[in-house]
Design a protein around this ligand. Structure first.
Ligand code: AMP
Ligand code: MG
Length: 281
């Protein structure tokens, strides 16, 4: 497997990249099979857990104000839930702030679309996870004309400004666009129908959304073109092979955390004196 730096580079969206050229079955940076992936996954999950603990420890012991925000966007059945369960699930929940963004409530709709987003940002020292995000406001909203174009159009620039502010405040924003093929989505949705333990995940509306696939591709293209910035770039993760997408997101998080260059906070007390004091009790 390639290094996390290399995987991050391979998956990074570059200006000019086309959504229609993405191969959702590809496994960039990894030439092994599913079984090899499982082995690497457990090792890398352990590394991710260690880095998360370092982030948390530095916040607690040294007042380090930094944080990570993982933004997951993808069509239904792309595997967002699996990333949360298997990738984020490998780290200590104490240091994670998870939020899923569904259809806005009446209260949320009465506010600016970034209102609910700001409220869900990770506290310092934490990893925030957005299962869908502010990008819904330029995806489903654009595809379904939930607001007119003169309302959603300025949002790309507004989102960039918002993220620039986040980054300036010490948050590393890791944006992941999860790409599943139309065929694989059908298989996944069929599995949900066939399995009574997955009926709760099935939404009849997802079948209607499938018909809008080209419009979604257009909306994803515009999102990537206009909001993949130097300070908060998008990564395009092929998701037909779930074991790969989990490994890829693990590597993206590892890469982001390693860039923080964290070390274990030293004791702010006299260790030997404490040892003596403790032994005397
Ligand atoms: P799920 O993630 O499967 O629970 O579905 C949540 C649904 O809420 C998806 O269909 C999203 O597209 C939709 N949703 C999320 N955010 C918004 C938004 N800002 N406006 C309209 N629909 C949204
Ligand atoms: Mg759904």
């Amino acid at each position: 497997m390639s290094s996390s730096n290399e995987i991050s580079r391979l998956l990074r969206f570059n200006p000019g990249d086309k959504v229609v050229d993405v191969d959702p079955r590809a496994t960039p940076g990894f030439d092994g099979k599913k079984a090899d992936g499982a082995e690497v996954q457990s090792e890398r999950s352990a590394r991710l857990a260690e880095l998360q603990e370092l982030l948390y420890a530095n916040h607690k012991a040294r007042g380090d104000h930094r944080s990570i925000l993982l933004v997951l966007q993808g069509m239904d059945a792309a595997g967002k839930g699996g990333i949360v369960k298997h990738v984020v699930g490998a780290v200590n929940p104490m240091g994670v702030r998870y939020t899923a963004f569904g259809k806005p409530t009446e209260e949320e709709l009465a506010h600016h679309y970034l209102w609910r987003i700001r409220k869900a940002l990770p506290p310092t020292g934490h990893i925030g996870v957005f299962d869908r995000s502010h990008y819904e406001d330029v995806l489903i909203v654009r595809v379904h004309n939930l607001v007119p174009p003169d309302v959603w159009e300025p949002r790309y620039d507004e989102i960039n400004a918002f993220e620039r502010e986040l980054v300036a405040g010490g948050t590393t924003v890791v944006k992941v666009a999860m790409f599943i093929s139309l065929d694989e989505q059908k298989q996944q949705l069929l599995e949900r129908l066939d399995d009574p333990t997955k009926h709760w995940k099935y939404n009849p509306g997802d079948v209607d959304e499938r018909k809008l696939w080209p419009k979604y591709q257009e909306a994803y293209q515009a999102m990537l073109d206009r909001t993949s910035t130097e300070y908060a770039p998008w990564h395009v993760v092929p998701c037909d092979r779930r074991w790969y997408s989990r490994l890829a997101v693990t590597e993206l998080l590892i890469e982001a955390l390693e860039r923080l260059d964290l070390s274990w906070p030293p004791a702010d007390f006299d260790i030997e004196a404490e040892r003596r004091r403790l032994l005397e009790t």
